[in-house]
Design a protein around this ligand. Structure first.
Ligand code: FAD
Length: 388
């Protein structure tokens, strides 16, 4: 039987941050992960360049059953604190768009930085380690692996969500939560492309991107680009809205949010084909297919005002009902998770079970696309690390 102060299960974004923070405070930490490879999700993030945080991090950018829960951790460890860590390690970064920060040394730079911090804290690594059982024995936590049994005063669950099972995601964290009698908010794939019924699909438009459109679901809207695919819709605005979408709900898409179409057409060449006129404001391939709905494409002057009104209202309010999503295989995150009502927001400890902590994506906190999910991992990992 081995004894330690802290066991962290899951050496991803949150687990690395937590282990480093606790180790640097002098706590004896064991960091376990079933994967041989370190932090695979960081590695593949942001197309390999890791959108590690966002300049505009604020509580409103997170979904949770308790929208106030994130406030304490985000305040205790901010995006600027993480940027300072990069500075300390000589890493550089740049803003791409909408406050999204990417590491110039790619994801690997972030992984090496976190690994170095963990090593500074003298953390004991246990990569490639399958956890067979977790139990609470006389106020301590007992973690049994294939080859060892560890006892600790504190146990941190940082095993993330269900997305991308092919690189090691499991339901482990949710199972441990259930084992300890904790409630889970319903799980769903989020930040994920949406699919449509065959009759709603426009396969001939696959690959067409529409910039600067507004996608809404009930009271939530995002203005970014969308991408038409063979299976449905993707692109940043769709990924964002997918976190708010539930089966049966309809999306409304404004394809030309800044354009008064009637005004625009009034000054256009009335002898030109309508497709040629509209190609100034929308991709040509898209316009051709869209206008085919109204019959043969004619010169602008041959369209009745009723037809043009219909066109305008459909371009501003395209209603489309997704049939589902591409699921966890393609989702960036899992919505839902360990109910925050059971956790202390200052430390991430389970209220009723001193010494047990849940951090990162396994918790019912889901960030917007754009670096918000990593910031949650850093912030929640840090506050747990400071309190264990
Ligand atoms: C393709 C993709 C791109 C992304 N890009 C970004 C981005 O650019 N910016 C951003 O903010 N977010 C991004 N995300 C989301 C971000 O990666 C996650 O929100 C974040 O990694 C969550 O951190 P975590 O530590 O909670 O979980 P993870 O980073 O997933 O770490 C969990 C760890 O637990 C381990 N584990 C799982 N099950 C077990 C088990 N049974 N036993 C032992 N260990 C286990 C895993 O191997 C893993 O190492 C992206 C996600 C994906 C899938």
């Amino acid at each position: 039987m081995n004894k330690t102060d802290v066991i962290v299960i899951g050496a991803g974004a949150a687990g690395l941050m937590c282990a480093a923070t606790a180790g640097l405070r002098g706590r004896k930490v064991v960091l376990m992960d079933h994967s041989e490879k370190l932090a695979e999700k960081i590695r593949i993030s942001g197309g390999g360049r890791c959108n590690f945080t966002n300049l505009n991090v604020r509580p409103e950018c997170y979904l949770s059953n308790n929208p106030h829960f994130v406030k304490s951790a985000l305040k205790q460890f901010t995006q600027f604190d993480f940027m300072a860590l990069l500075d300390k390690h000589g890493l550089t970064y740049h803003e791409k768009t909408l406050g999204q920060l990417f590491c110039d040394q790619n994801s690997q730079g972030i992984i090496e930085m976190l690994k170095a911090e963990v090593n500074l804290g003298d953390v004991i690594w246990r990569m490639g380690t399958e956890v067979i059982a977790v139990a609470q024995v006389e106020g301590q936590f007992q973690v049994t692996t294939a080859t060892e049994v560890w006892l600790s005063d504190a146990l941190v669950i940082a095993t993330g969500g269900l997305s991308i099972p092919q690189i090691g995601a499991t339901a482990f964290g949710y199972e441990v939560a259930k084992q300890f009698g904790l409630n889970l908010q319903p799980l769903a794939a989020a930040l994920v492309p949406l699919t449509f019924q065959a009759e709603d699909l426009w396969a001939e438009l696959a690959g067409v991107a529409l910039e600067n459109v507004v996608v809404s679901c009930e009271n939530t809207s995002f203005r970014e680009s969308i991408l038409l695919t063979h299976k449905g819709l993707s692109g940043p605005a769709i990924l964002q809205i997918s976190s708010f979408w539930q089966a049966g709900k309809t999306l409304e898409i404004d394809l030309i949010p800044d354009l008064d179409l009637a005004d625009f057409l009034r000054t256009a060449n009335r002898d030109a084909l309508l497709s040629t006129v509209l190609a100034d404001v929308l991709p040509k391939r898209f316009v051709g297919v869209w206008l085919a709905k109204y019959g043969e494409i004619r010169p602008l002057k041959q369209y009745s005002s009723k037809e043009l009104q219909r066109l305008e209202s459909e371009l501003h309010q395209w209603h489309i009902k997704p049939s589902g999503s591409l699921g966890y295989k393609k989702a960036e995150v899992t919505r839902g998770g360990v109910d925050t009502d059971q956790l202390l927001s200052k430390s991430m400890m389970v209220r009723e079970i001193p010494g047990l902590y849940f951090i990162g994506e396994v918790v019912d906190v889901t960030g917007w696309l754009g670096g918000y999910n990593f910031q949650w991992a850093w912030s929640s990992g840090y506050v747990a690390g400071m309190n264990i």
